[in-house]
Design a binder for this molecule. Structure first.
Ligand code: ATP
Length: 299
């Protein structure tokens, strides 16, 4: 047996694959497999141990079997390895400059009729930064993003945002009966872009997410993940200074997920501020701010 130490300092055993006494739990076996696959991708043993330990600890903290939370160890190892590589490749130098504040929330609260959904939320996001919003279902993440986008009015508090904002909502961001190119033209027109330019920019941005839109195919006939790529592309069509993304990679495969984060870091290094709603715990290590929303207890 080997051993990993999780974030709470507990020791978690890893099976070595030989001998081992037969009392290895499925979770420990998954951790061992993850460790093995991580090292086989070239990640150093110490870092692989830490990554595997983090994964097990996060699953244990969430009370979820790691196999259900992350999928097969080999697939998760590949995701982690790619993320580590891209994070290393795109990691900003320590001197990374932050620009002006592009979004400021001060004491933001929201009620729907008598029901309070958000209470006293504060956030300051600068150009060149990424912030994540996390929280349980119903804790108000989408509501907050709608408020940031100016689509929903806060009941109280101050919301200040930069002028050029891109928004990929969780639902209804795309029209089922239009083609991607028609979306590019439509959204381009809103930003006073010519049809050709909008189509060219949209297609170029799509390629960064590993997607080449096919002519004449309406959105309703695209996969869920591809529809979501369109949603993301539309949010960045006008080179916004603030990008709001509500669980943007639902349905993405592993490669698309990695491409997506590469794209986030490109936006960030290009001077945008990015606010992303996520349920992926391992995303949180690479962002500058984490805003955790708690469900509001009172009526
Ligand atoms: N337009 C609305 N009118 C009334 N209640 C609403 C409205 N929009 C959202 N709510 C309620 O506000 C609460 C927060 O919803 P919201 O969608 O913001 O949460 P969330 O954290 O994004 O949830 P999830 O993780 O499931 O996406 C929920 O109880 C929801 O039912």
């Amino acid at each position: 047996m080997g051993a990993l130490q999780d974030r709470d300092g507990r020791r978690r055993r890893l099976a070595t694959g030989r001998g081992g006494g037969g009392d290895v739990t499925p979770e420990e076996e998954w951790g061992t497999q993850l460790l093995k696959h991580l090292t086989s991708t070239g990640i150093a043993l110490a870092e692989a141990r830490e990554l595997a330990g983090d994964a097990l600890a996060e699953a244990a903290a969430a009370g979820i079997d790691p196999r259900a939370m992350y999928g097969p160890a080999v697939a998760y190892a590949s995701t982690v390895a790619q993320a580590v590589r891209s994070a290393t490749a795109t990691a900003a130098p320590l001197s990374r400059t932050r620009g002006p504040v592009v979004l400021r929330l001060h004491g933001v609260s929201k009620r729907y009729r008598r029901r309070r959904v958000l209470k006293n939320v504060h956030l300051s996001l600068r150009a060149g930064e990424v912030a994540a919003i996390v929280g349980a279902n119903g804790s108000g993440k989408s509501t907050l993003l709608n408020i940031c986008a100016g689509l929903t009015r806060a009941t109280s508090g101050v919301v200040e945002r930069t002028a050029r904002v891109g928004y990929a909502p969780q639902q209804d961001g795309v029209a089922p009966l239009l083609t991607p190119e028609e979306h590019f033209r439509l959204f381009g027109a809103v930003h006073r872009m010519g049809r050709k330019k909008a189509a060219a920019i949209g297609t170029g941005l799509a390629s960064r997410l590993g997607w080449r839109p096919r002519e004449g195919v309406v959105v309703a006939h695209l996969s869920g993940g591809t529809q979501q790529k369109l949603n993301v592309v539309l949010s960045e069509l006008n080179r916004p200074e603030l990008i709001l993304l509500d669980e943007p990679y639902q349905g993405f495969d592993q490669g698309s997920y990695v491409d997506f984060w590469d794209q986030v870091f490109r936006w960030r290094d290009g001077g945008a501020g990015i606010l992303v709603v996520t349920h992926m715990l391992h995303d949180l290590d690479r962002v500058d701010h984490v805003l955790e929303l708690q469900p509001v207890e009172e009526p």
